[in-house]
Ligand binder design. Structure first.
Ligand SMILES: [Zn+2]
Ligand SMILES: [Zn+2]
Length: 253
């Protein structure tokens, strides 16, 4: 009893000294809530879009695959472009939406690991809504890995946390150590297109090839920008015999 009282006094003191603010609107939120880093009204305003777009040119598509003209260009090898290995791309938010941008940035750069819970819930509700359009049965979740050095400095891999949340609610297996990033790379955002492909080529290895054979893979990352990273991961997984690789991110930049 005395211990409980002490704990609640301590909690109250922490609340007073360090009020928790919503990462979107920056208003104080109540400490006790599970989603204490996003307030209820901001969470309500984050509603996933159920439209699908071509992973390359962003044209609307019915199946989240490459559109007809991108498929034709890729098969001709136009512009020295690499083959595209990602079968589909799924994401519920445009990164231009400042609300989701704030949440993702806080999750990645402000080290608010607890955001895995509301973000995980948003992704689960998105997948629940689209699963009658896109076949996701028996998927294996593979998070895009971080290099060991980056993992150690951040303390967690944000893509892995999302994958774990998804597996909790959707009954998919997480193949956590399947992909390994064995070389530290420059930040893709700072590079031009051709440099991006070069920067990322050959940096991923598959450590569990037998787990990938004939499997449908849901490749999980936080944000999709040019797709070079995801495409390279998909190439490695397909090399090991994956049947289908579907990219899944929180947002597209
Ligand atoms: Zn808010
Ligand atoms: Zn296209």
């Amino acid at each position: 009893m005395a211990f409980e009282l002490l704990t609640s006094v301590k909690e109250r003191l922490i609340e007073l000294l360090f009020p928790v603010k919503c990462v979107v609107c920056e208003k104080e939120t109540e400490q006790k809530r599970k989603n204490k880093f996003i307030c209820t009204s901001c969470l309500k305003n984050l509603s996933p879009s159920l439209n699908f777009y071509c992973p390359l040119c962003e044209a609307r598509t019915a199946d989240a695959k490459l559109c007809f003209s991108c498929r034709a260009l890729r098969s001709l090898g136009e512009g020295g472009q690499d083959h595209f290995y990602l079968d589909r791309l799924l994401y519920p938010f445009p990164y231009q939406d400042f609300k989701i941008q704030k949440v993702v940035k806080a999750f990645k750069y402000r080290f608010i690991k607890e955001l895995e819970i509301p973000l995980g819930r948003l992704m689960v509700s998105y997948l629940e809504k689209i699963k009658n359009k896109i076949d996701l049965n028996d998927s294996t979740l593979v998070p895009v890995p971080l290099h060991k050095r980056k993992f150690n400095s951040r303390g967690y891999n944000q893509s892995e946390l999302i994958a774990q949340q998804l597996s909790k609610f959707l009954n998919f297996r997480v193949a956590n150590n399947c992909l390994i990033k064995n070389k530290a790379t420059k930040d893709q955002a700072s590079l031009k297109n051709e440099q991006r492909t070069k920067n990322i080529k050959g940096v991923f290895k598959c450590a569990e090839p037998e787990q990938m054979r004939e499997k449908r893979i849901l490749l999980v990352d936080d944000v999709y920008t040019t797709g070079t990273t995801m495409n390279e991961c998909a190439r490695v997984l397909k090399d090991e015999g994956a049947k289908e690789v579907i990219g899944l991110t929180i947002a597209r930049g």
